[in-house]
Design a protein around this ligand. Structure first.
Ligand code: PLP
Length: 400
């Protein structure tokens, strides 16, 4: 690309040529460094969204950039028909840092969930279940392909996209009794988020997680944690399940795993490690050297107890400061995955747009909630700057 277009011209191109599946914030970003972004006019923004929990090391982290540069100059792709070292090393690192089984790589979170669904259904068929069922919580988000979408109760109700797949059901979030009731002989898996992200940061209670574990054990079903948003250090441990009383049989990861390069993975424990066999699943791009080299660089930094403790401390500091603001009703979440529940008369959409104008990037998952997913490497002064901007915004927009 030679010439730089203005925001108006980029928007005009988009309106003519892109399917209108997104409502975008009115800014075109051209550069990023650490927790900062700059738009085409050179205006600076503090990024407390991190590309929806993707840029967890901040933008253009030198170690990730170097790994990508080095790998891009050496080998980009050969397909899954051959061995490549970065893929094998990353699989080892992911399995050894979590459930100890095997890994299937994907190009996105959705595809990691697709793999988990396949493993669960095949595992159930192995137990003689003919019509396997997957149980999730209302408010869960697992992705947008038809399998993942069918396991995403809120979106699966969109009849215009129907029919959804058979074999999916849901129970109210955190309703342990309803979950126990729903899990039975036909259940292939309980597929849940340890903290619901897209619905507005709603932690799944220990009671519900324990009920899910027990019900799965009784039924012979698999417990799958979708850690696509919660994983890779976001909550202050490498995986969110480490701060819960249960250990799942599979986890899915993506988002921050590649530091901005698309990659996902489905990781099993021993029970599900050998379910898939040659011919059951595949992907042309998945696990290719570029993405796996980037992910190895990310894990080298994030899988560090000092960094993870800092995420917990900074998260606690951020929540304490937010809770002192006029207009904040509550905060929810763990580590640096925070939902800010706003008080009466405040519309989160208006607050989000106002914050963007003030130079703070956040996300608005629902009209009552501002979602914060800042890079894990921020400093307390970034927290102070973000809280000051949120405070000014809430004061300016407070109902009179
Ligand atoms: N699962 C969870 C918990 C997510 O938060 C997301 C994305 O927001 C997905 C699955 C889908 O991931 P992707 O958009 O990479 O397909």
């Amino acid at each position: 690309m030679t010439a730089q277009l203005g925001l108006g011209e980029v928007r005009a191109l988009e309106e003519r040529y892109l399917m209108s599946t997104y409502r975008r914030g009115k800014v075109d970003f051209v550069r990023g460094e650490g927790p900062l972004l700059w738009d085409a006019e050179g205006r600076e923004y503090l990024d407390f969204l991190g590309g929806i929990s993707v840029s967890s090391l901040g933008h253009c982290h030198p170690a990730v950039v170097e790994a990508v540069r080095e790998q891009a100059g050496r080998l980009l792709h050969v397909s899954n028909l051959f061995y490549t070292e970065p893929m094998a090393r990353l699989a080892q690192r992911l399995a050894d840092s979590s459930l100890g089984g095997r890994v299937f790589f994907s190009n996105s979170g959705t595809e990691a969930v697709e793999c988990a669904i396949k493993v669960a259904r095949k595992h159930a068929h192995g137990r003689g279940v003919r019509e396997p069922e997957i149980v999730s919580f209302e408010g869960d988000f697992h992705g947008r392909s038809y399998g993942a979408l069918s396991a995403t109760p809120g979106l699966a109700r969109n009849e215009a996209l129907g029919p959804m797949l058979r074999g999916f059901r849901s129970v109210p979030h955190n309703d342990a009794a309803a979950l126990r009731e729903a899990v039975g002989e036909r259940t292939a898996a309980v597929l849940i988020e340890p903290i619901q992200g897209e619905s507005g940061i709603h932690p799944t209670s220990d009671e519900a997680l324990l009920a899910a574990r027990e019900a799965c054990d009784e039924a012979g079903a698999l417990l799958i944690f979708d850690e696509i948003q919660t994983g890779i250090g976001r909550t202050g441990s490498l995986w969110a399940y480490e701060q819960t009383p249960v250990r799942p049989d599979l986890i899915t990861t993506a988002k921050a795993l590649g530091g901005g390069v698309p990659i996902g993975a489905c990781i099993t424990g021993p029970v599900a490690a050998d379910v898939l066999e040659p011919g059951d699943h595949g992907s042309t791009f998945a696990g290719a050297p570029l993405a796996t080299a980037a992910a190895l660089a990310v894990l080298e930094i994030v899988d560090d107890s000092v960094l993870l403790r800092r995420v917990r401390e900074l998260g606690a500091y951020l929540r304490e400061r937010l809770e002192g603001l006029e207009g904040v009703r509550e905060t929810r979440g763990r580590g640096l995955m925070i939902g800010v529940g706003l008080g009466e008369g405040l519309d989160a959409g208006t607050v989000g747009a106002d914050l963007l104008e003030r130079g703070l990037v956040v996300n608005v998952p629902n009209p009552q909630t501002v979602r914060l997913l800042p890079p894990l490497l921020i400093d307390p002064h970034h927290v102070d700057r973000a809280v000051a901007l949120i405070g000014e915004s809430l004061l300016g927009l407070a109902p009179r």
